[in-house]
Design a protein. Structure first.
Length: 201
C-alpha cells in the first residue's frame, strides 16, 4: 500500500469515528426523551440503535487491526490507530450504558414513577453536553474543547453526590418506593460512567 492509499485508509477510519460519535449523540438524545417522558416505544427503538453501534465498533476495530497487521505502521500513524480502537470502544460502552438506562426507564413505568428528580435531568444535560463537545473536539481536532470536558465531569460528580443524598433521604421516608429510588440511583451511576468514558476519550 503506497502512502496515498494508506492515508486514505486512515482517513476512512477517522470518518468512521466521527460517524460513531454522532450516532452516540443521537442515542443519548433519544434516551433522554425516553427517560423524561417515560416513553416505552422510544425506549425499545434504542436497542436497535445499540445493535448498530456494536456493529460499527467491530467494523472500526477490524479496519484498524487489519491496517496494523498489513502495514506495520510506526510513530504517529500507529498511535492514531491505537487511539481509534480505544475511542470506538468508549463510544460503544457509552451506548451500552444508554441501553441500561433504557431498561431502567421501562422499570420506572412499571413502578408508575412520576416526574423525574431535577438532579437526574441535570446529570443527563451535563452528560449529553460532554459527549457533544468531545465529538466536536475530535472532528475539529480542537484540544481546548476536549480539555473543557474535565470541568463538566466535576459538575457531573457534584450532581451525582447530590442525587445520592436525595435518594437516601427519600428512602428513609418512603420505603414503599424503594425499587423506584434504586432505579434512580442506578441511572445516576450510569451517567457517571458515561462521564468517565467521555473523559477517557
Amino acid at each position: 500500500m503506497n502512502r496515498e492509499t494508506f492515508d486514505l485508509a486512515l482517513n476512512e477510519v477517522n470518518q468512521d469515528i466521527v460517524e460513531l460519535g454522532s450516532k452516540t449523540i443521537q442515542v443519548l438524545e433519544k434516551t433522554k426523551v425516553a427517560l423524561t417522558n417515560l416513553d416505552e416505544n422510544l425506549a425499545k427503538q434504542i436497542y436497535s440503535d445499540d445493535d448498530y453501534i456494536d456493529a460499527k465498533e467491530i467494523e472500526i476495530s477490524d479496519k484498524c487491526i487489519s491496517i496494523i497487521i498489513r502495514e506495520q505502521p510506526i510513530a504517529r500513524d500507529l498511535r492514531f490507530l491505537i487511539t481509534a480502537l480505544k475511542i470506538s470502544s468508549d463510544f460503544e460502552r457509552i451506548c451500552d450504558h444508554s441501553a441500561q438506562i433504557t431498561k431502567l426507564t421501562r422499570k420506572l413505568l412499571k413502578h408508575n414513577a412520576g416526574i423525574l428528580p431535577d438532579s437526574i435531568d441535570e446529570m443527563f444535560t451535563i452528560t449529553l453536553d460532554m459527549v457533544k463537545r468531545i465529538v466536536k473536539s475530535y472532528a475539529t481536532n480542537d484540544v481546548e474543547i476536549a480539555m473543557g470536558v474535565y470541568d463538566d465531569d466535576d459538575q457531573l460528580d457534584k450532581a451525582y453526590k447530590s442525587m445520592v443524598k436525595w435518594i437516601k433521604g427519600k428512602i428513609e421516608n418512603n420505603v414503599d418506593k424503594l425499587d423506584e429510588y434504586l432505579d434512580y440511583l442506578f441511572i445516576s451511576k450510569y451517567f457517571e460512567r458515561i462521564g468517565d468514558r467521555t473523559n477517557s476519550i
